[in-house]
Design a protein around this ligand. Sequence first.
Ligand code: FAD
Ligand code: NAD
Length: 471
Amino acid sequence: ASEAEQDDLVIIGGGVAGYVAAIKAGQEGMKVTCIEKRGTLGGTCLNVGCIPSKALLNNSHLYHQIRHDTKNRGIEVGDVKLNLGQMMKAKDTAVSGLTKGIEFLFKKNNVRYIKGTAAFADEHTVKVNLSEGGEETVMGKNFIIATGSEATPFKGLEIDEKRIVTSTGAIALEKVPEKMIVIGGGIIGLEMGSVWSRLGAKVTVVEFLGQIGGPGMDNEIAKAAQKILKKQGIDFKLNTKVMGGDVTSDKISLQVEAAKGGKEETLDADVVLVAIGRRPYTAGLGLENIGLETDDKGRLVIDSEYRTKLPHIRVIGDCTFGPMLAHKAEEEAVAAVEYIQKGHGHVNYGAIPSVMYTHPEVAWVGQNEQEVKESGVKYKVGTFPFSANSRAKTNMDSEGMVKMIADEETDRILGIHIIGPNAGELIAEGTLAIEYGASSEDVGRTSHAHPTLSEAFKEAAMATYGKAIHY
Ligand code: FAD
Ligand code: NAD
């Protein structure tokens, strides 16, 4: 094909990675096409991930709080009833508003949006199987593959998204299960487990490792989180393997076994959530037609500028290396387009925050204490409990703490770990501090408004290089 027939950039996948790259390319004046097969933009995050789960987390928290935590605040409420259908509708409204918003942004930034499934025919051509029928050929000078990820299946348990569910079924259950088993005590398991536990299900989390929270969470914080979630009614079976399951018309029985020692037990449930991680999704992409391969984890292999071995084809987001997080995908999208357009881009992988949206939230950025210890660097730790923070006290929401880890010699902040109210918002300050190479003293000598939760952050910094005032 002649160059004139080729778009400057063709993006496969309209999830966070793909749509952000498309908007950025449009802003840069590139002729850009984004192909998405789902029927709506926003990918996993907006349609079945971040957004619907947070809608349910927020409203289930409100429901739970109104039922259990009003009297001592001087609020007397009458009968509190759950209207699950309406709660689901509120979630759907958030999702549809946001996905349509991206379509609007596509129009505003001259992005051509094609609804369909793309597969490479050759190195500069994709064939799109159009959602409305028929086929279209799209040619490009550059490509970005942003096809995302899917739930890792559990061998022996067939997902029907009704009784044996991934997160996709777990955000759309039609009634509150009496008993729910969650396989995997990572972020999805704890967020969705919290939702259904608050709405009345008896939730048991079965985790293979000796600790909840999934990869990255600081041990001390994970222990604190488990204690608080247990108090909220979630049961935990750590160091436990699921060996298999029997599904009958009225219940699901799971055989579990202690990871060491082999003690066996059978657990019953109405709904089982499989949340043992996600894996890259590249099926049907025609990679074989262009000679691209994935590694043993299914990830497309790239260099530091997101290039595959075909340098005009780049890969970003969940289908390649790094944490499977929407904001990581977003950073990569902007950087990848900048590499194409300007020859340079930037993502600081050492400053990507993680947030678990339970109550209280857990958030962290940088290295956890186990990692710092392993690296051999001499370090110091400062902590500050929310029980000594005035705002948390007035809000009657004071469980948790801020923990800061800094280099003992240079005082440079290495990691920040928060469990507590609004931890997900507070961590932004920590991310900025790490991005700017701040020392704990830089933060501790910065004025923070009173009374705010952010003062706990400042005081943890003070406790790192010296002493906190209020604890
Ligand atoms: P995706 O969002 O998966 O998008 C890929 C898109 O490509 C899909 O829409 C797919 O239909 C499309 N596609 C695939 N193949 C083709 C093809 N051949 N042709 C056309 N289109 C194709 N992350 C956070 O940061 N914060 C959170 O709170 C959070 N919550 C989550 C909650 C849940 C329940 C789940 C499952 C995930 C959550 N995540 C969260 C992770 C987040 O959703 C992902 O990291 C993010 O969606 C990755 O974006 P992506 O664009 O790489 O992939
Ligand atoms: P995860 O990797 O966070 O946790 C999976 C957990 O399952 C781990 O603790 C692991 O030890 C355990 N596990 C694995 N195999 C097991 C087995 N056979 N039996 C019992 N336990 C087992 O994965 P996830 O919770 O499924 O989430 C998937 C991805 O989605 C993650 O990358 C996560 O970052 C992302 N996500 C992010 C958010 C957020 O940012 N708030 C929310 C949801 C999902």
